[in-house]
Design a protein around this ligand. Structure first.
Ligand SMILES: [Zn+2]
Length: 382
């Protein structure tokens, strides 16, 4: 029977006890109230004249014109999270929230669904991604950059914070850092970051992977030179790291570039590569889907975040997207992207998919197993 034809209650779904979340940005994982306190405490300017003003600047719950607008919010947050102290505090807050709320449904009770239990599962493995260079208080202007804080201290602080928070939570949650390069950063800046990642990976297994994030409009990697530079950056970070890329979220990346980027950077996972699906639907071009299938690349789908950025038109469109991936044998996972900024949890995002008829229960449960299997975290009993 088509499970989309009837509304399935959360009680009827055989949720696993423990789950993994693969795609969460540090910038989106600290509640606005906490960011406000950090900003005030540190005397950061440009945060508005009061808390309401601040929330208005950073609130992501309403729809935005495009991905660039979504990312502009993160630019502000990255400055607030700059420096070893703010990074430490942000990492600890992010992990606490994931641990205590990841499996909960609407933790604030504002939009509660009456027939759902408060907690569906426990979030026990988390991959937290962020760009350390953007926590140096760096302002990127006209291609140049200058930071206030020391990059080594920032990365060390984030590693120590994970050790501390995992210990505080009696190792009932296991967390690793995915460190992001920036499409909006120069080759030299990305390369400097890659060298630091390699250095710190040799010292700590808490760094589990690398990512490429940021405005596709600024650097789609469509020129051979840009792509070769990014290949050098990825290789410089070292061989022991998992590789994922934000790719194909906007029309700025065409399918030729999409395929070339995969061939050059060799990712095993891609973040919301919706462009590959649209190329099939709109132009009968399945080059992107084929290369993902051939290489067994796993898609990280961020449910509501991709609607906010316009990559996905509405929740029901996921039905067609998932069916397309299934048809090509491409595995996918679901994540929140920015749980605190979107005022959501992984459990909530999954329920929205099920209740809207956008995903069947078996698709959700398979995606949860895929997240366990595709994680860059080493397997470890909790
Ligand atoms: Zn993302």
């Amino acid at each position: 029977m088509n499970q989309r034809s009837k509304r399935v209650s959360a009680h009827e779904i055989p949720w696993p006890r423990d789950v993994t979340e693969l795609h969460v940005h540090l910038g989106g994982s600290v509640p606005l109230s906490r960011l406000w306190e950090i900003a005030l405490d540190r005397g950061i300017r440009g945060i508005g004249v009061g808390y309401e003003d601040f929330v208005g600047m950073l609130d992501l719950r309403e729809s935005l014109p495009d991905l660039d607008s979504y990312l502009n919010v993160f630019d502000k947050i990255e400055l607030i999270q700059s420096g070893p102290g703010a990074v430490r505090e942000s990492v600890i807050t992010a992990v606490h929230h994931a641990y205590s709320r990841g499996g909960m449904v609407y933790p604030h009770g504002e939009r509660g669904i009456s027939d759902t239990p408060p907690c569906l599962f426990a979030l026990r493995r988390l991959e937290l991604r962020w760009n350390p260079l953007k926590r140096t208080g760096t302002v990127f202007l006209k291609g140049s950059h200058a930071g206030l804080y020391d990059l080594d201290r920032i990365i060390k602080s984030s590693i120590d914070a994970l050790d501390e928070v995992e210990s505080a939570l009696k190792h009932r949650i296991h967390v690793g850092h995915i460190l992001c390069f920036g499409r909006d950063m120069t080759f030299e800046a990305n390369r400097a970051l890659a060298r630091k990642i390699r250095l710190w990976r040799e010292r700590s297994s808490k760094i589990i992977g690398i990512d490429l994030a940021g405005h596709e409009s600024l650097n789609p990697l469509s020129s051979p030179r840009q792509l070769e530079e990014m290949r050098i950056v990825f290789d410089e970070a070292g061989p022991q790291l998992g590789r994922t890329i934000h790719l194909g979220e906007t029309p700025h990346v065409d399918m030729h570039t999409f395929v070339n980027t995969i061939e050059a950077l060799q990712p095993t996972r891609l973040s919301h590569p919706i462009g590959a699906v649209r190329a099939l639907w709109e132009h009968h071009d399945d080059r992107g889907l084929k290369i993902m299938a051939e290489r067994g690349i796993v898609c990280e789908l961020n449910v509501r975040a991709s609607i906010l950025t316009g990559a996905v038109s509405e929740i029901k469109e996921y039905s067609k997207i998932l069916d397309t991936f299934d048809r090509y044998g491409i595995r996918y996972t679901f994540s929140t992207d920015a749980p605190s900024l979107l005022d959501t949890t992984l459990a909530q995002e999954l329920l929205v998919l099920v209740h809207s008829g956008a995903a069947r229960c078996d698709q959700i449960l398979t995606a949860l197993r895929t997240a366990d299997e595709a994680s860059f975290l080493p397997i470890r009993a909790l």
